[in-house]
Every structure is written in C-alpha cells, then in structure tokens.
Design a protein around this ligand. Structure first.
Ligand SMILES: Cc1cc2nc3c(=O)[nH]c(=O)nc-3n(C[C@H](O)[C@H](O)[C@H](O)COP(=O)(O)O)c2cc1C
Length: 482
C-alpha cells in the first residue's frame, strides 16, 4: 500500500489532517515525499488497525507483502511508503524579542514537516512567551535552565546539543548573536550552541537601528565567517513603530532555509566538489617565503555554501587564518606543488572550483638553511614556473564536469578573463578587479563578473558569502538543467 492508498483508506486528506493535527500543506508535503513523518507512524498504524487493515507498525508496509531474501517485506526495503531512516531532530532556540510569538507558528510548521522539535527558551524569550505554550506545540518539555538538576539527569545540555541535526535560532536577539559570536556559554542556549556539531541557522529579529549597529553587523560577519547560515531579517514595518530591516523572516522562509540545511536534503547531495582557497607560500630558504595577499575568505565561503547544499567538499587550502568551514574536509597545503598534488588526489570530482591565488613562480633551489646576510651583494633569486593547477585540472583525464577558475585582474578585467577561460580550458571564470580602488584581498566583499561560454554577467559588490551563494545557485542550475 503506498501513501496515497493509506490516505484514501483513512478517509482522505482532511481526515489525515485531523488525525495528525496538521494543516493541508503538510499532507501535500507527505504525498510529495511519498513519506509520513516517523512520529505519525503509530497513529496511522492504529487508525488503519481500527479499520481492520493490518500493516507493519514500523514501516506501514502491507503485512502480506512477500518477504525478500533478507526476510523483510520488499516494500519496507524499498521504502514503498517512503519512511525516512530518521526523523530530523531540530533544536529550536527562542530568544528574547517581540517576534518570539512567531516562533510558536514556526514550531507548528516544523511539526508539519514531520520534524521532531526540541525547544530551548531563553530567560529573555520567556518574558514574551511561556514554556507551557511552547511545550503544547512542540509536544516536548521546554528547556530553560542550564543548572537544572532534573533536566541534566533527563537530557544533559551536551546531549541536547549533540542530538540535533540542525540548530535554528529564531528569533535571534542582538544579545544572543553577540554572545554566541564571542563563544559565551553563560546560559543553556549559548552553551548548547557552543557544544553542537550540527549546522546552525539564525533568523535575527530586532529594531532596525539595533540590526544596523556596527556591533551587530560585526557579530553577524563573525558568525557567517564560521559557516553559520542566516535567513532574513526582512524589511518593513516593525512592532516598535519603526520601518527598516529587522523583521523576523517569514516562518515558511525559515522552514525552506532549514530544509536545505538538513543532512541529506541539499540540491548537491551526492556531488563531490574540489575547492582550492587561499594563497600559496613559496620558500626562499628555511625561514623566508614569497606569498600574496589572498585571505581565503572567498574560497572558504564557497566551500561552506556548497557543503550547505549537501555536496561532499574537499577544500585544499593554502596558509590562511580563516576557520575551517563546517562539514568540509580541509587539506592544508603550503606550496603550489603541494596544492596541485592535493587537488589531483581529490579527483575524481563532479565540480572543481579553483579560487586559490596560486603563486606563478617558485624560487629555484630554495634550501632548508637560512640565507646569510654578507658584506657582498644581496642574493639573486632564480625563479621557475609553478604548475598551472587550473589548466591541469581542466585537461585532466578525470576532468570534473564543471571547472570554475578565478581571475584577479587590475585592468581590462572582462577581456583578460575571457582570454584566460579559453587558455586554461575551464568552463567558467569568476573575475574580480583587484585594482587599487577595489579592495578584494582580505576584504569581506567582492564584485565579480561570471564569464561562461554564453557571455559575461556582472554581480554588483556584495559580501563574499553572497557571492558564494550566487555561485552555488548557478552551479545547481547548471548541474540540474545542463
Ligand atoms: C519589549 C521589549 C522588546 C524587545 N524586543 C527585542 C527584539 O525584537 N530584538 C532584540 O534583539 N532584543 C529585543 N529586546 C531586548 C532583549 O529582550 C534583551 O536584549 C534580552 O536580554 C535578550 O535576551 P536573550 O538574548 O537571552 O533572549 C526587547 C526588550 C523589550 C523589553
């Protein structure tokens, strides 16, 4: 019996809505996914049983389905009714702001998705909504206190953090963002954020002046640089009577962003991606080296954005101070030759993005001993050309389906980038102007041109995280529609 048959047997979509206490969109979602959420299974099994229909309570497969060689009903193995392996476990943190009441609607919509929702309500949050209303909707205890003996015995703060597949902070107050961007652990919510290994989604909500304040903006940049995702804030009329950016994103937009971040949900699921990032260091002797100003911010942001879409990302990074993005395998290298070796070791891959600023030359004969200053003339350095990583990958027998290179030019950006695309044999070039009046190296923003076979498009100046998001969207479009 498939999911449509089950719904028919139970009296149609409206009856299933009543049975599970969900809205019409939830039932449509279950049909689309071909799956009921795990929490609903027992209720459906009981309702079918009451109608004299006997199914496997674990899988909802017909009991008379012929067993397979493994002894399990075939429909159970092939997920004929599509039971997901594990119900997504969301840890929702509600902090103190006027938008906290909207978190109640968010809990309902999360339950509609079939997600299990555990909620931490901060002290500030509890000034706006009660643990009782949260629990009534989440169907679980509401966690509020770090130092609660009973809570620790039942569900320690570390388990609360570690059980989660995704942490959603909505609404996120300015105070909450400030505390977590600085690693504070002075209440249950901030401690759980510090202890979790799960991806984190933040939906800020505050007065427009609080949002625009440089302190909040700096905290946002720190959190983004650590791979934490944001949804909103939206702009419009605020409860405080002011107008501007600071409204909590719509609950359905939060759901959509959360869905993409859940393990196994992204649009690049199953894709293997190689990203290179940062500068290379070419030794002059045992203690000196030649480097460039690349910070790795753009390459790391790209790796993080692709990983958020479920891609398996290997990030081959030169020496940088950027933190490793979550859920990304980082291979740290020093020289261009190391970077090439590590990049080739990461093949085969579906996509390669060469964002690193690789040195064109290495110092010939650089040894381990320090060159000594003498009374004579300064040493003369001899250079040899470094391997060309982008061209090597573009012409490799295991060439990824899509190869993207970067061009940093000071003049005639588009013309040089087009020529580079043809010369290297890559598919796309992201070109940026690194001239004097265009700070790019080390900056948080970038202005780029995407050069493809069909032409050039200009992306105005935006954060490197947004460039990464746009590039990821373009890649998804290319990979899925050809
Ligand atoms: C009526 C009222 C409304 C508030 N609304 C917000 C808000 O929308 N966003 C925000 O960041 N802070 C807001 N605050 C301030 C926070 O509640 C305060 O910073 C609190 O310490 C946040 O605690 P928490 O981050 O631990 O939840 C508001 C305060 C009051 C009294």
């Amino acid at each position: 019996m498939n999911i449509d048959d089950i719904i028919d047997q139970l009296g149609g979509a409206a009856a299933v809505q009543t049975l599970l206490g969900v809205g019409p969109s939830a039932v449509s979602n279950y049909r689309l996914r071909g799956a009921f959420p795990e929490y609903a299974r027992v209720r459906i099994w009981q309702a079918l049983k009451a109608r004299g229909i006997h199914v496997n309570p674990e899988t909802l497969a017909d009991l008379d389905t012929p067993p397979t060689a493994s002894g399990q009903p075939a429909s159970a193995l092939s997920h004929a009714v599509g039971m997901p392996q594990k119900t997504p476990q969301i840890l929702l943190i509600i902090s103190g702001g006027i938008a906290a009441y909207k978190a109640l609607e968010l809990i309902r919509r999360m339950k509609d998705q079939g997600w299990a929702v555990r909620v931490i309500l901060t002290k500030g949050g509890a000034q706006f909504i009660t643990p009782l209303s949260v629990s009534a909707l989440s169907g679980d205890k509401t966690y509020t206190d770090l130092f609660s003996l009973t809570d620790e015995a039942e569900m320690g703060h570390i388990r609360l953090a570690r059980d989660a597949d995704l942490v959603v902070i909505a609404p996120a107050s300015a105070n909450m963002m400030a505390r977590i961007s600085h690693g504070m652990a002075d209440d249950l919510a901030s401690t759980a954020v510090l202890a979790t290994g799960a991806p984190i989604l933040i939906a800020p909500a505050m007065n427009p002046f609080m949002w625009a304040n440089p302190a909040t903006q700096a905290n946002t940049a720190i959190l983004k640089s650590r791979g934490i995702s944001f949804v909103g804030p939206d702009s419009g009329d605020m409860a405080c009577g002011e107008d501007g950016a600071g409204r909590l994103a719509d609950p359905m937009a939060i759901i959509a962003a959360a869905e993409r971040m859940l393990p196994g949900q992204g649009k690049l699921q199953g894709k293997q991606v190689l990203v290179t990032s940062g500068p290379t260091h070419e030794p002059i002797d045992g203690v000196r080296y030649i480097a460039n100003r690349s910070s790795g911010k753009q390459g790391h942001a790209i790796a993080a954005a692709l990983a958020r879409e479920g891609a398996k990302v290997t990030l081959v990074s030169g020496p940088v101070t950027e933190p490793p993005p979550p859920s990304v395998q980082v291979v740290a290298v020093t020289t261009a030759q190391d970077m090439l070796d590590a990049s080739l070791a990461a093949l085969p891959a579906d996509i390669a993005i060469c964002a690193a600023a690789v040195a064109d030359w290495a110092v010939d004969g650089a040894g381990a001993s320090k060159l000594k200053k003498t009374d004579g003339a300064p040493p003369e350095l001899q250079f040899r050309e470094n391997p060309d990583i982008l061209a090597t990958i573009s012409t490799h027998q295991q060439r990824p389906k899509l190869v993207v290179g970067f061009a940093a030019e000071t003049d005639d950006v588009i013309a040089y980038a087009k020529a580079k695309r043809a010369r290297k044999g890559c598919d796309w070039i992201l070109a940026n102007d690194v001239g004097q009046d265009q700070p790019v190296f080390g900056a948080d923003e970038n202005e780029v041109h995407l050069i493809t076979a069909s032409g050039a498009s200009h992306w105005p100046r935006m954060s490197k995280h947004d460039v990464a998001k746009y590039l990821t969207d373009a890649i998804i479009k290319e990979i899925t529609h050809g």
